[in-house]
Write a protein that binds this ligand. Sequence first.
Ligand code: COI
Length: 368
Amino acid sequence: MHIFSTGKEAFFSMKEIPVTLNQNPKAKPQDEGALGFGRIFTDHMFLMNYEQGKGWINPRIVPYGTFDMDPAAMVLHYGQAIFEGTKCYRREDGGLQLFRPADNLARMSRSAQRMGMPELDEETALEGLKQLVRTDADWVPHRDGTSLYIRPTMISTDVGLGVHASKTYLFYIILSPVGAYYKEGLKPVSIYVEDEYVRAVRGGVGFTKCAGNYAASILAGDIAEKKGFSQVLWLDGVEQKYVEEVGSMNMMFAYGNRIVTPKLNGSILPGITRDSVLKLARQLGFEAEEARLNVEEIFADAKSGKLTEAFGTGTAAVISPVGTLALRDEKVTVGDGGIGRISQKLYDTLTGIQYGRLPDENGWVVRL
Ligand code: COI
């Protein structure tokens, strides 16, 4: 990395994204075993503005800090807010690498399109993302299973209460050193099948990573947590019969060597980890299919033992085995309730590639 610094201002050589270095850097977390998820933020952030007629302008890296925001800013009223999640991993040799970051930014543009927001300048955003991570490289944790979580976000900033698309937007990226998303780590989680509330419906915004999808999940998630479950499994919003996703992860089910996952239908997030796991599973010799999955059948198969494993996939969740499924008043243990053979193999393979322990035959890794 080349940073040309003149006092407070510094310029990277590659694409002239100006960097204002933080003069009061924070202390890095001492205990990487206690990071949790998304509680600590690094010293810098990337910002870029959009103005109708000008496009994306003024990319810059500045000290991490609060925003000044008008109380009538449209995002605060009508929720034009979308985000992404990707990670930077530290290799054993100390080098840093990203995993499919361009795919996250491309998905953000698809979310933006559906939300009436401008598509991203993906090239500048990717350059900004890389330069931001390089600026805060010392924040990428070292401990096994930890990483630097990268959160690109886009919000509308016009001031006014008329319901129409904003003409100005802010795109920003913040970074957070993280450990496991669930307190269980790779240990199996228990999931409650939500049969009252729904997350998304046909023709809606379920496939986008808009903030509202997560807001819609909070009440049900909270009720499930109080009952002792980690998350809820959402069913389709029309018949409430078919498995969709878990909000923080896509779901996969294994029957011996065959893996099935809900087919993308417009109301499920097209997960980048989901896509990677489907490809890796096939490359490892498993069968992997996308299908419409009836929850009653899945539940009956779990009871009869036909269903051998269930697991979630996501950037934050990585691969998260599901040990218990609950539907209405009934609970069933999936397989032997432990970490299944396929979940473990896929976890080892995916994280092996992400942390540079295994070769990346799919061209997913971007070295920094
Ligand atoms: C991710 O896996 O990156 C997510 O965005 C899920 C969750 C933390 C909201």
